[in-house]
Design a protein around this ligand. Structure first.
Ligand code: TEU
Ligand code: CA
Length: 571
């Protein structure tokens, strides 16, 4: 049978500190703000809170560029505020998970400042340095052709030493050299520091990138229109990844800590199971992005791709079956701080169905096998910024660098329009708009204009309206988390099996444990569809959940309403 573990039964709530709640009227969310909302978080029924980075940082990448791992950025608060957060969560029976950003540091970290000051610095080797490649015409070129996640080369030239340093993300985020055992000891020391403080575990940022192929070969040309190419095959699951993860896993095990790794650009299940296999002792689970990358084309995040609900459910099915057959574990999510909102991405834009569609997506993802992650505002069905918002209202460097690159390449108006259409779906800013607490000015997030604009719809879509409305998206998510706790055997540990459907827009699956069977149905269609229920489900059952006030009774031939979703418990 499936191994039991406390972290398999948990539901996680992700907080983006800058955008959750501002306590001191500077327009930026902060830790005291989070501390003032713990009862709200508890009322949703989650067990773990994961906060995005709030360490000292120049915030070129919103805190994913850390300049001091053992201190809190003053914009977000103090160490005492973090202690309060830990205590406040523990007092309510919840845990705190912090974001560990250890693939790279900020260029303002003391290590890098020293490393860049001289080739003889004891910290030089904490980072990755290479001599230029000399072109046929005698010019200095980057050592290879890899593309950075935020556009341009992964190599930045340092005049002083005549060498390049390596950065997978922004040039202000130099990658650490994990080949250096001293770097690993420093990182492990940071991990222990936070565990000793009482933190319960980590979300490990970009963790699969820590081991690079040491020959740094050129990547094959996958995008002929670009000067730089995707080199993921040489760093996304590098030669020493599992050695390093085992070292980390050992520390985490000593503390019985929670771990979820971010593992982008890897889709091979045989690579992923090495990280999350139950007996491997590397990480509890990872975020893999095959499902949520479904609308991304071959040229990267902002290249378009058409997709169908059938493909969507088949990808989900693939990972469900794989993990249960190989003793692994899934991290279930549709949103995070790096993407657009699920109601604006995975269903059509039909404002009249926004609430049912948000609940349908919650049903689809929330009752699968795995640990469920909810991103702040997802529990309210929050949506992307309106399409009428111009590029000048976007803030994130990923979008802006991409846009500038297009302008620099003198892209056609068509190409710019296509890019804008993709930003409207997938830009990271959508998820980073201020949390919508109530209908007061600035959505109750702050008393002043926040660092990023509040979405236009905050008077109709906010927490205050939803917490007391039994039919709200918020209370629907509550029911899902509640069902997962009440029916742990079947909904946490039970078997997953896709149910064959006669309609391409319908996703149906069953979870089962012994004679207990849960049937979950989710329609991705914005019109009514006919669905023939397989015979084996036509037995006495208990209706448990529906996103329409009058849940449909199970019958041989069903007419599912737009985005209808429900769960039945059969026995
Ligand atoms: O993201 C890592 C990552 O792989 C990115 O390519 C991510 O997929 C991209 O942001 C998608 O738009 C992590 C963090 O989640 C992200 O916020 C950071 O910017 C990044 O690491 C660098 O630390
Ligand atoms: Ca503040």
């Amino acid at each position: 049978g499936v191994h039991h573990a406390w972290w398999k039964e948990a539901a996680v709530y992700q907080i983006y500190p800058a955008s959750f709640k501002d306590s001191n009227g500077d327009g930026i969310g902060d830790i005291p703000g989070i501390n003032s909302k713990l009862d709200y978080i508890k009322s949703l029924g989650v067990d773990i809170v994961w906060i995005c980075p709030c360490y000292k940082s120049p915030k070129v990448d919103m805190g994913y560029d850390v300049s001091d791992y053992k201190d809190i950025d003053e914009q977000y608060g103090t160490m005492a505020d973090i202690d309060k957060l830990i205590d406040g969560l523990h007092a309510r029976g919840m845990k705190l998970v912090m974001d560990m950003v250890i693939n790279h540091t900020s260029d303002q970290h003391e290590w890098f400042k020293s490393a860049v000051s001289s080739k003889d610095s004891p910290y030089r080797d904490y980072y990755i340095w290479k001599k230029p490649k000399i072109s046929e015409t005698g010019e200095k070129c980057p050592p290879n052709n890899w593309l950075s996640a935020f556009s341009g080369s992964v190599w930045e030239y340092d005049e002083k030493s005549g060498e390049y340093y390596f950065h997978l993300f922004a040039k202000e985020q130099p990658d650490l050299n994990w080949e250096n055992p001293k770097v690993r000891q420093e990182v492990y020391d940071i991990i222990r520091f936070w565990l000793n403080k009482g933190v319960d575990g980590f979300r490990m940022d970009a963790i699969n990138f820590i081991s690079k192929e040491q020959s740094y070969p050129d990547a094959p040309i996958s995008d002929p229109s670009s000067k730089y190419q995707n080199g993921a095959m040489y760093y996304a699951s590098g030669p020493r990844l599992h050695e390093y993860l085992s070292e980390i896993g050992q520390i985490l095990n000593q503390y019985n800590a929670f771990s979820v790794g971010e593992m982008a650009h890897v889709f091979d299940p045989n690579e992923i199971i090495k990280v999350v296999g139950f007996t491997r002792n590397e990480l509890n689970m990872i975020f893999q992005f095959e499902l949520t990358d479904i609308d991304m084309g071959p040229a990267g995040k902002f290249s378009p791709k058409a997709w169908t609900p059938t493909q969507f459910r088949n990808i989900a099915n693939k990972w469900q079956v794989f993990m249960q057959e190989n003793d692994g574990w899934n991290a279930l999510f549709l949103e995070n701080h790096d993407s657009g909102r699920s109601v604006s991405r995975f269903v059509k834009h039909r404002p009249e169905f926004r609430s049912v569609a948000a609940k349908m997506l919650a049903t689809f993802i929330g009752l699968q096998s795995g640990t469920i992650f909810i991103y702040q505002g997802e529990e309210l069905g929050l949506a992307n910024m309106p399409k009428s918002w111009q590029i000048s209202r976007y803030k994130d460097l990923e979008t802006l660098n991409y846009y500038r690159q297009l302008l620099h390449d003198v892209a056609s108006q068509d190409a710019l329009d296509i890019a804008m259409g993709e930003f409207q779906k997938k830009a990271r800013d959508h998820a980073r708009l201020p949390f919508q607490w109530d209908s007061s000015p600035f959505a109750g997030f702050s008393t002043v204009q926040p660092w990023i604009d509040v979405n236009d719809d905050y008077r109709e879509w906010n927490a205050a309206l939803q917490v007391n409305d039994p039919l709200s998206v918020f209370n629907y998510w509550r029911s899902i988390l509640d069902l997962r706790q009440t029916y742990k055997d079947v909904l946490v540990y039970g078997k997953f099996e896709l149910v064959a459907t006669t309609h391409e827009d319908v996703c149906a699956y069953e979870r089962s444990f012994g004679s207990q069977v849960a049937l979950v149905v989710a329609s991705f269609s914005d019109s009514t569809v006919n669905w023939t229920v397989p015979l084996n489900f036509l037995k006495p059952g208990k209706w448990m959940l529906s996103n329409y006030a009058d849940g449909s009774p199970l019958q041989p031939e069903m007419v599912l309403r737009p985005y209808e979703a429900f769960m039945y418990l059969l026995s």
